[in-house]
Design a protein around this ligand. Structure first.
Ligand SMILES: [Zn+2]
Length: 360
């Protein structure tokens, strides 16, 4: 019998500023995998960077994914399971799942040292191959599909991935229980950081953000002080709010440059820790003396582990995190380029937070 291959719509990246919505064959089920019919997929800041810079050459094949481009975009997604490979028992047909898109080889020095999120060969569904969320169906290994309870909101499930990025950063920061956190930038990751801080028991949260819409959201999701850096000296305001001491931890979630990184360092208390969560482009000159004389620490936080992902799944299910406010628009897959990616690179930059895309 001849097998009928059906096609589906997918957004695939060819080169800088060249992503194409096109018909591609539906992916076939592999051993140990499940097929997920995409419900919702979020557009991430890194999708915008990928669209603008196309850093993965078309002929490059990641050692884990073993696939050359063009690759489908979209790594923040949820969907319903339509097929399950033989022997898979953790996921059933009909389950709503959130997909953890990152992969590690398990064998490199970073993996061996216990840092799978920073695997030397790390790969993402939606960046390096194996399809992506901006399509109708994706086949993923069963252990990357995190099951949600029946009736759970599929839009919230699509937010688990960006929330987990923030969750990992907050865990890494080891903030004292009564400590103060400064979040610089209230885009999707900054707002997710506020939610993760709350869920991990930190309640003294200061946010610096110039956009009116995002300032409002920051207060809504749990910041107790929101500063507009165009009107107020961020460092002075943080010192004021902490009795002169400074913040225990800061999270740089804007990636603008010295203008946003330096206050994140200067607003810290002695031995405080600044965590970089945003991608920066180019050099960022900074005064290094506070690292010497105040033993401040500057670190980054990259992606997340499998444990982080299941911790956040549990937190959205039991209501410790309610991220609904992050969703600013819902669009169709057929509009993902104009109303999604290009809109976010233009006027949507300050008005939108998270745009969710649905193929149906
Ligand atoms: Zn590795």
């Amino acid at each position: 019998m001849r097998k009928v291959v059906t096609s589906m719509l997918a957004l695939r990246l060819y080169r800088e500023h060249d992503a194409r919505l096109e018909e591609v064959p539906e992916p076939e089920l592999r051993p140990g995998a499940v097929k997920v019919k995409v419900a919702w997929a979020g557009i991430c800041g890194s999708d915008l960077s990928l669209f603008e810079t196309a850093p993965v050459p078309l002929d490059y094949s990641n050692p884990i994914m073993q696939e050359t481009g063009p690759h489908t975009l979209g790594h923040e997604f949820s969907g319903y399971v339509t097929e399950v490979a033989e022997g898979v028992t953790t996921v059933q047909v009909g389950d709503l799942v959130a997909v953890r898109p990152n992969f590690a080889d398990g064998t490199c020095p970073s993996c061996q040292a216990g840092h799978p999120n920073m695997c030397d060969n790390f790969a993402f569904i939606g960046i390096n191959g194996w399809g992506g969320g901006f399509s109708e169906s994706v086949v993923v290994p069963a252990d990357h599909a995190y099951v949600l309870p029946p009736g759970f909101n599929a839009q919230i499930a699509a937010l688990i991935e960006p929330l987990t990025v923030a969750w990992h950063a907050v865990k890494l920061a080891e903030i004292p229980k009564d400590g103060t956190a400064l979040v610089v930038g209230a885009g999707p990751i900054g707002l997710s950081t506020v939610l993760a801080l709350r869920a991990q028991g930190i309640s003294k949260i200061i946010v610096s953000e110039p956009s009116e819409a995002r300032k409002k959201l920051a207060a809504e999701v749990g910041a107790d002080l929101v500063i507009d850096p165009r009107e107020t000296d961020v460092v002075a305001a943080v010192r004021d709010a902490t009795g002169g001491r400074g913040a225990d931890v800061s999270f740089e979630a804007s990636g603008i440059g010295k203008a946003t990184l330096q206050p994140a360092i200067d607003a810290l208390c002695t031995a405080g820790r600044a965590v970089i969560l945003a991608s920066f482009h180019g050099d960022v000159p900074t005064d290094v003396m506070p690292f010497l004389t105040k033993e401040k620490v500057l670190t980054g936080s990259f992606a997340y582990t499998a444990q982080d992902f299941s911790d956040v799944r549990d937190a959205v299910v039991d209501g410790r995190i309610t991220p609904d406010a992050l969703i600013s628009s819902r669009i169709q897959l057929s509009d993902v380029l104009d109303s999604g990616i290009k809109h976010l690179l233009g006027e949507g930059r300050t008005t939108e937070v998270k745009i969710l895309v649905s193929p149906s």
